[in-house]
Design a protein around this ligand. Structure first.
Ligand SMILES: Cc1cc2nc3c(=O)[nH]c(=O)nc-3n(C[C@H](O)[C@H](O)[C@H](O)COP(=O)(O)OP(=O)(O)OC[C@H]3O[C@@H](n4cnc5c(N)ncnc54)[C@H](O)[C@@H]3O)c2cc1C
Length: 423
């Protein structure tokens, strides 16, 4: 297992870092003013994206499936430090066409779509001329168990009729979102995990309505606004089936690896940003005759943040390396581990940053509230903590001995407090 950066990765990291410092960070104030406060698209963003693209800093997050595949074909391990840099700001990834949920959707299209589907749906995403959303979760069923999904996909000759309700479709409320990938039940009589299929649905199809835009903890996702959606007798051609019929559950796994690990990488960037803010603020504030930074509690919080960040970064790198070895199955456990560990880390650090900043911390003048909301939703989205922990528990090796026969029990068999299994 090697985590040292390749020359290619180190060069890319310094280019992304330089671009971020020079072109992106100085526009953050404008972005907040235009997008968050005035609720309109950032007027400078298209030109900034063109510039990033012209410098070759575009589609950096796509998996390296082969030499003829699109994007820069960096490995997950190579992309990790770049995602970290972009993740420092809510809109950083968008500059480089590396934003969620489009990248995991691109990865899924790359892996499952037919050549015709790629030309129609994937190419515009790669080009940055459209946006997309993934609609699995439903208000009416516990969606952490995806086999509960109830939206109907009824195949009828050359077409598919869709009926159901979806919510928390990130990106679905963006005006540029031109299609959804809808997960539904196509074969209700099949085994529990072979009933689902995925269908590509243009957002302008009659019967499809975005009923409202959702915010989470009062936080709006300005890059990929979240939608609640009604699908009433929506009809699409059967050729819009993505992947095999009845294999939707399996197909969706393709996007979950990249989705989870990229969010985790961005969380590290946010945590680093918070530590910088915490130090600067605590250095500049004096309370009860001392700089806040001189209090033991504050120093301990910053020290603990460093330990937590570095440990979680290493866990992400290991996970990225395993994914790069092609081990989707072998890497689900490390993916689940970082999926639990990283947002909990970020939540703790964001909570402490909120505390150090006093009342100011909760204002949307600073990205602390964004980091907190990001951590909190990521503990639920893409599978709640409890679901991942249960899976990790279930894969835990079971010792083959009883306690009475335990090699750790320091009394001879038969004389201790318990009888040996052999007695
Ligand atoms: C900001 C945000 C963005 C999202 N983006 C998307 C998106 O783009 N597309 C999409 O389809 N979905 C999206 N989601 C939805 C997300 O994936 C679901 O909320 C998640 O899978 C949980 O489903 P649920 O809300 O129905 O919770 P439920 O399934 O009702 O679960 C509620 C709680 O029950 C408990 N629980 C469930 N199972 C177990 C278990 N096995 N053991 C112990 N406890 C358990 C957990 O505490 C869990 O949090 C998003 C969610 C948020 C908050």
């Amino acid at each position: 297992m090697r985590f040292d950066t390749s020359n290619r990765s180190a060069a890319m990291e310094s280019r992304v870092s330089a671009f971020f410092e020079r072109e992106v960070l100085p526009r953050h104030r404008d972005w907040v003013e235009q997008v968050m406060r005035q609720g309109r698209p950032a007027d400078f963003l298209p030109a900034l994206r063109d510039k990033a693209r012209a410098e070759g800093l575009w589609n950096l997050a796509l998996p390296a499936l082969g030499d003829d595949e699109p994007g820069t074909r960096l490995t997950n391990l190579e992309f990790a430090p770049l995602a970290e840099i972009m993740g420092k700001l809510p809109w950083g990834s968008q500059v480089f066409n590396c934003q969620a949920p489009d990248v995991p959707n691109m990865a899924m299209l790359q892996a499952l779509a037919t050549p015709e589907q790629k030309a129609r749906w994937l190419d515009p995403l790669l080009d940055g001329t459209t946006r997309s959303a993934f609609a699995m979760t439903e208000p009416d069923v516990a969606s952490s168990d995806a086999s509960n999904i109830a939206t109907r996909l009824d195949f009828d000759g050359d077409s598919i009729r869709i009926n159901g309700r979806k919510w928390f479709a990130t990106g679905g409320a963006h005006p540029d979102c031109s299609f959804l990938i809808v997960m539904g039940i196509s074969d209700p009589d099949n085994a529990r995990t072979a009933r689902q299929s995925m269908v590509l649905v243009p957002t302008d199809t009659p019967g499809l309505t975005v009923t409202r835009e959702l915010s989470y903890l009062g936080w709006e996702d300005h890059v990929a606004p979240i939608a609640q959606i009604e699908l009433n007798d929506v009809i699409v051609p059967a050729e819009n089936l993505l992947g095999e019929r009845g294999r939707g559950f399996k197909g969706a796994q393709v996007r979950l690896g990249p989705a989870r690990i990229h969010h985790a990488m961005r969380c590290i960037g946010l945590a680093e940003m918070l530590v910088e803010l915490m130090i600067v603020r605590a250095r500049e504030r004096t309370a009860f005759g001392r700089a806040v930074i001189d209090y033991d509690t504050i120093q301990r919080w910053i020290g603990e943040a460093r330990v937590d960040i570095d440990m979680n970064r290493l866990a992400i790198q290991r996970c990225a390396w395993l994914l790069d070895q092609g081990g989707d199955t072998a890497s689900w456990r490390p993916v689940s581990m970082i999926k639990v560990s990283v947002p909990n880390m970020l939540q703790k650090i964001a909570d402490r940053a909120l505390q150090i900043f006093g009342a100011m911390g909760g204002l949307d003048d600073l990205p602390i509230h964004h980091a907190f909301a990001y951590a909190r939703w990521f503990r639920i989205g893409d599978g709640p903590d409890e679901v991942h922990l249960r899976q990790i528990f279930r894969s835990e090796p079971q010792p083959g001995w009883s306690l009475a026969d335990s090699p750790y029990l320091a009394v001879p068999a038969g004389t201790g407090p318990m009888r040996s299994a052999a007695e």
